[in-house]
Design a protein around this ligand. Sequence first.
Ligand code: DQQ
Length: 532
Amino acid sequence: TSVKQPYRTSYHFQPPKNWMNDPNGPMLYKGIYHLFYQYNPKAAVWGNIVWAHSTSTDLVNWTPHVPAIFPSQESDINGCWSGSATILPGYKPAILYTGINPQNQQVQNLAVPKNLSDPYLIEWVKSPHNPLMAPTAMNQIDASSFRDPTTAWVGPDGRWRVIIGNKRDRRGMAILYRSKDFVRWTKAQHPLHSAKNTGMWECPDFFPVSAQVPLGLDTSINGPNVKHVLKVSFTNHDHYTIGTYNSTTDRYVPDKGSVDSDSGLRYDYGKFYASKTFFDSKTNRRILWGWIDESSSKDDNIRKGWSGIQAIPRTIWLDKSGKQLVQWPILEIEKLRNNQVVLPNKLIKGGTLLEVSGLTAAQADVEVLFEVKGLEKAEVFDPTWTNPQMLCSQKGASVKGSLGPFGLLVMASKGLEEYTAVFFRIFKGQNKYVVLMCSDQSRSSLNNSNDKTTYGAFLDVDPLHEKLSLRTLIDHSIVESFGGGGKSCITARVYPVLAVEDGTHLHVFNNGTQSVGVLTLSAWSMKKAKIN
Ligand code: DQQ
């Protein structure tokens, strides 16, 4: 019996079947990229978690391997949960991960490659000293909230540091441990950082970024012109702050205005969770992997036999403002671009819907550059509008405005019974213009068992002096959008009934009263990648 699979991706990473969640231990070793991930070998729902493993030489095409880490000792017999890789001196990779012990306590374990001359690092052996870090009566760590070790870094005293996600009551924390030999770890007196009312911090990530050049830095780098980023996952989102790390006191202090709360900065304002970066020493980039969950029902996931994909890896760096990060799909993905379709420079009048044809619209990469005119006609921004997602839900694609909504209708059916709208609206604020970016899924499918929540973000672009760009990667059931060159990202999952395969269309639209210029629009059909 063959089930139709209109929602499987063609160039977003996923295993052939079953459940996948967090990306784990990404690294580059001897010219080969490794991706491990949380995987259930038995079903399309979470459970029986092992570290599945794939490798690649280009981050686009992937070869599957046998699971690298699976329950085999007391310290991980009930599950091998998330963790990270560190390359130790002598060019030796090491993985720290969370194991679930027979008492269902969360403990931290070490695994190392069995054979360093195998470039694929297929077999991993666990330390006989596991667990290396465990909750005890002495350290008062909550055994159900102690997980997801980061990549370790070296301080000025030569000792290794690692942080582990934790909470105490409602306070989220990044517990710090130090070690001389990577085997014996001692808990520091104080956490690296914590914040009240955030709940458990899952999958922390802590890394330096250059304040001078848009390049990545290896994890132990610190000094002048280096800022640090702390990312933590809670309430379904990956939140980050930018700040300063003092490696002598081992404290991280977020910059003023950089807040650890639900209203702070996010990597992505749609679906994107439990992400992790690694430093690519071959190209001096820092690369971000993130898990994109389904928006379909559990029953549908079981029926289709799989659940979870990974976002296209993103290069990540500090914006020149120093106030936020910028993300962009890795350049390698552009080698899948095929049959470019170009829309010549054009003024899009209010009320226009313009089809972009000649491409496989269900498997595409679209880049568009808008020029906004008549800014004095922008609607006035109400300063009580502090929640962009709410604003996008109230002012969806069908709600007419002055400057906007304008953008792309993707995954659209022929008769527009279904579409996903990715668009902008521009408002006149107190002393600057406010750009709102939305991904409206409310009309994405005739199947109402899907979660069709609309997502939104503010975009730090000044339309008076800058052009407004939008890039959208479309891949059957994912719409991954980058506004303003990657200053705000919104990822959505959609499951159309009519707009599948060749029944899928792409349009540019302007539902505002003011005209908008399209300076350039390029759309490519995307070739299929080898994703396992
Ligand atoms: N997923 C893992 C945990 C982590 C959570 C378990 C985040 O280690 O905290 O599969 O999605």
